[in-house]
Design a binder for this molecule. Structure first.
Ligand SMILES: Nc1ncnc2c1ncn2[C@@H]1O[C@H](COP(=O)(O)OP(=O)(O)OP(=O)(O)O)[C@@H](O)[C@H]1O
Ligand SMILES: [Zn+2]
Ligand SMILES: [Zn+2]
Length: 837
């Protein structure tokens, strides 16, 4: 085995400073006098730079993806920086050579710098950021292989040394004459001597097999040539089919259409009528065909907003604050159209996949094939190919979720974050714990293009940075408002129902009397409704009426939710944290009593109740249980849009961006579930969710109405939602945030500490907190157990660090903090956390 271990920096260089110090210069580096390259290797735990020799025949640039020898393996690596001299003191012959380039020029200009900023801001090793940004599998292990040449396949080998002889025999015994280096090394001692000889004699050749996942998908294509030969009637038929189809078809299609065989096609090849060759097919998610549409003539507010957007030059930020149904999407579409004409691309980020079918359709209707989607529910192949398609530089529109902010579009003209307030733009785990909005700001700055943040309920962060009257802010910022719905349609009136009074009046149903009446009327009037429930499943917990025992998850400190859908389907208890499931017991496991009672209502229970009380009402459940399979979102929404159901019953998922003009009624079964969460953002989130769900009503010709049930009608969030009053809600909420120094006035860093060992995690949390107390400008909250201490058997503690947003104080050296954790305790640094529970 080789003892040439790669040479690593001994003093733990701070990577971000190394790379950030040389912004994009790497791309223009004169390669001639550089003989060395620093690389990042894709190997767990390796965050340092390693130095390699440049092979004479290879031209390598920073950003290229490489294959390098590492220990005894070949691993993926990213070229970081070229050097004229190795900057460490080691014998030059100890430095190994780069094996090969797997993929060239993978990063568009500025991209590299973006990744570095993310790594630095979120205290994450650069390699982890690269992993989030690249499609899966790109850095997979490529394999060096050895195969026989045609000369090597011949029977008469020259006289060889014994190892070479053994390897040759090994290869010749194998049908394709092809093995990995690794396999040969296992089989033959000191194999390198033999391979060297075989290579020198030209009996074998060595080649690099790219990682499997990233292999482009090839398929045989048949192309018609002009030679009319002497053909049989059958052959003529095939040629005719090809001609009618434009002279080109995939072989598989042609075989199917003509019910013919490959040997028939081969005969045509021999007659010179057709050629068959391998072509790459791009596995992009197929957008269903949608009828094209034209730009709508804009309302006054829309055209003013558009005019401002079109006047923007370079890096600017726009907050497009438009009430629900005010036509923000139309503004996006018309802002993008001229960019595509200029050969530029646009990036549109949306919160959830559930949202994308409708939105993607609107974009496809306008821009056709120039639109692609990019999100984590795509297959690896689809992701990889969409990625490659972006690199072509063709003007295009990418619509995607959070991670699409890293889409490598070379010629970016505009970035849009739709529903910018949505918390799904923030990644909690794994690291980097990035917020797509922050990354979008950096990206827009680096690409020098405008960024549009759109929402009916802007996050307080965005609101404050656009509403404070700073003169000449950098970058220039614009607050654009669409205060009215399209065609001056009114926002729907919101009726608040006090459920305590319902109970007093003897109504024990989960539906208040006004909601019952409204549901009844729905059918008579042939209109549609949406019913919002905070939780999926049937009931939140099951407990014994005799002894009070609550069924809990064995791995988490939470009660199990009851899931039951149709008659006859198995009754299931499920943990919403770790997905543990068990069958529902007949009797109490504690006292044996048969009287088990369900508490709290999820989507399933509400659906059951509806079926019981309104047997004629047709409903569709829309939550993460019913939308698990690919395409389910689209199918269910299409059914609903086609009028196959009267009511859509679901969770958060249906609050966002749905545009269904025939929906007149929106019901909120219990607003309270959202209000009383132990998190400083609970009110903001509740206001946003309730306003958004209310905004689904009355978007078409018929006026809408909202019925909101609650036990706390006097809650300020409920009052603000009722009045559609963003302004007063945000003013009040900001005062509270300021008083306590919470964002957007203060900044937060959350340390999440977890372990299987309850004692060790608590001790570690304590030790970390003590060491943080040395920093006078930091306010340290905790250590405290997370609100659910144990999840999936891991005990979780946290420490919240608070500091003023305007002055970055002296922060701890996170590596030192990390070293305080024993191996069994893991630490995640969540910068600007959103979920603190
Ligand atoms: N200028 C226009 N003329 C006629 N109809 C329009 C115009 N602009 C938008 N619309 C239509 O109005 C409806 C609402 O628009 P859109 O969905 O873009 O609103 P939105 O502001 O994104 O709402 P939300 O924030 O609730 O998602 C859509 O059906 C859209 O096609
Ligand atoms: Zn019991
Ligand atoms: Zn669990």
């Amino acid at each position: 085995m080789s003892k040439n271990i790669e040479i690593m920096y001994s003093n733990g260089v701070n990577l971000s400073s190394v790379v950030a110090a040389e912004p994009t210069g790497g791309y223009q580096t004169e390669t001639s006098q550089n003989q060395w390259i620093e690389v990042l290797v894709d190997c767990p735990g390796c965050s340092d730079l390693f130095i390699y020799r440049l092979p004479a025949q290879l031209e390598i640039k920073p950003g290229d993806i490489l294959s390098v020898p590492f220990g005894t393996q070949q691993v993926g690596a990213v070229a970081i920086r070229l050097l004229a001299q190795p900057n460490i003191d080691i014998p030059l012959d100890k430095i190994r050579e780069v094996e090969d380039v797997v993929s060239r020029g993978f990063f568009p200009p500025h991209y590299w710098e973006l990744l570095n900023r993310v790594a630095a801001y979120y205290y994450t090793p650069l390699m982890q950021v690269i992993r989030v940004a690249l499609p899966p599998g790109l850095l997979g292990r490529s394999q060096r292989r050895l195969r026989l040449t045609s000369w090597g396949k011949a029977e008469i080998p020259p006289i060889l040394n014994p190892t070479a002889q053994k390897i040759l025999e090994l290869l010749q015994k194998q049908a394709s004459g092809d093995y990995s280096y690794y396999y040969i090394q296992q089989k033959v001692k000191a194999a390198y001597r033999g391979t060297r000889e075989l290579l020198r004699l030209g009996l074998v050749e060595s080649y690099l097999e790219p990682p499997r996942l990233t292999q482009p998908k090839l398929q045989k294509a048949v192309t018609l040539l002009d030679n009319e030969g002497d053909l049989t009637p059958r052959q003529k038929e095939i040629v005719e089919v090809l001609r009618r189809r434009g002279g080109e078809l995939w072989q598989s299609e042609l075989l199917q259409i003509c019910s013919t065989s490959t040997s028939t096609l081969k005969a045509l090849v021999e007659k010179g009528c057709i050629v068959i060759e391998e072509r790459e097919i791009l596995r992009r998610e197929q957008n269903p065909l949608v009828a094209g549409d034209q730009a709508k003539s804009l309302t006054l507010a829309q055209s003013q907003a558009l005019a401002t957007i079109q006047s923007l030059q370079g890096f600017t930020q726009v907050l497009l604050h438009g009430v629900t149904g005010s036509g923000k999407t139309e503004v996006y579409l018309q802002a993008i159209a001229p960019l595509l004409q200029q050969g530029k691309s646009a990036l549109v980020l949306v919160p959830e996949i559930g949202l994308t079918p409708q939105l993607t359709d609107r974009f496809s209707a306008r821009f056709g094939k120039k639109v692609s989607v990019y999100h984590s529910a795509l297959s690896d192949g689809e992701r990889y190919d969409t990625w490659r398609q972006m690199l072509t530089g063709e003007p295009q529109v990418i619509i995607g979720t959070r991670s699409a902010i890293f889409a490598p579009l070379p010629n970016l003209g505009l970035i849009i974050l739709d529903e910018e307030h949505d918390s799904s733009f923030k990644q909690d785990t794994p690291i980097p714990t990035y917020h797509a909005r922050s990354v979008a700001q950096w990206r827009a700055e680096l690409e020098n293009c405008p960024l549009i943040l759109g929402s009916a309920t802007p996050s307080l962060e965005s609101w404050i940075s656009f509403s404070t009257s700073e003169t000449n802010p950098i970058p220039p910022t614009y607050y654009l408002s669409l205060p009215e719905r399209i065609n001056s349609r009114p926002l729907p009136p919101v009726e608040i129902i006090d459920m305590r009074q319902e109970l007093q009046a003897g109504n024990r149903s989960i539906f208040s009397r006004p909601l019952q009446t409204a549901l009844q009327e729905l059918q008579d009037k042939k209109q549609q409704g949406i019913l919002f429930i905070h939780r999926r499943g049937h009931s939140t917990f099951v407990s014994c009426r005799s002894c009070g025992y609550v069924l809990e998850c064995p791995h988490c400190d939470v009660s199990l939710a009851y899931h039951h859908s149709e008659e006859g389907a198995p009754q299931l208890l499920r943990c919403h944290y770790c997905n543990y499931g068990r069958s529902h017991p007949q009797n109490c496991p504690e006292c044996g009593s048969p009287y088990l009672k369900f508490f709290g209502s999820g989507t399933q229970r509400v659906a059951q109740e509806l079926n019981r009380q309104f047997p004629n009402l047709r409903l569709i459940r829309f939550d993460s249980d019913t939308t698990r399979t690919k395409g389910a979102h689209r199918t269910l929404l299409t059914q609903f849009a086609n009028g196959e159901a009267d009511l859509l019953v679901g969770t958060q998922m249906l609050t966002k961006g749905l545009d269904l003009p025939q929906v007149t009624l929106v019901g909120v079964v219990a607003a309270d579930g959202l209000l009383h969460l132990s998190d400083y953002r609970a009110s903001e989130r509740a206001f946003q969710t309730l306003t958004q769900v209310a905004g689904r009503a009355g978007r078409g010709e018929d006026p809408g109405r909202v019925i909101m049930q609650t036990y706390t009608p006097e809650h300020p969030v409920i009052e603000a939602v009722q009045k559609h009053d963003y302004q007063s809600f945000s003013t009040g909420e900001l005062e509270q945030r300021q008083a306590l120094n919470y964002p957007p006035y203060g900044r937060l860093i959350l340390l999440r500490i977890s372990s299987l060992d309850p004692i060790q995690v608590q001790n570690t949390a304590q030790i970390i907190a003590t060491s943080l107390n040395r920093f006078a400008d930091l306010e340290i909250l905790g250590p405290a157990p997370a609100s659910i201490l144990r999840v999936a058997n891991r005990y979780r503690w946290q420490i919240l660090i608070k500091f003023p947003a305007d002055a970055l104080p002296n922060l701890p050296n996170w590596e030192e903090i990390r070293e305080l954790c024993p191996a069994s305790v893991s630490l995640t640094i969540d910068v600007d956390p959103i979920n603190i529970m």
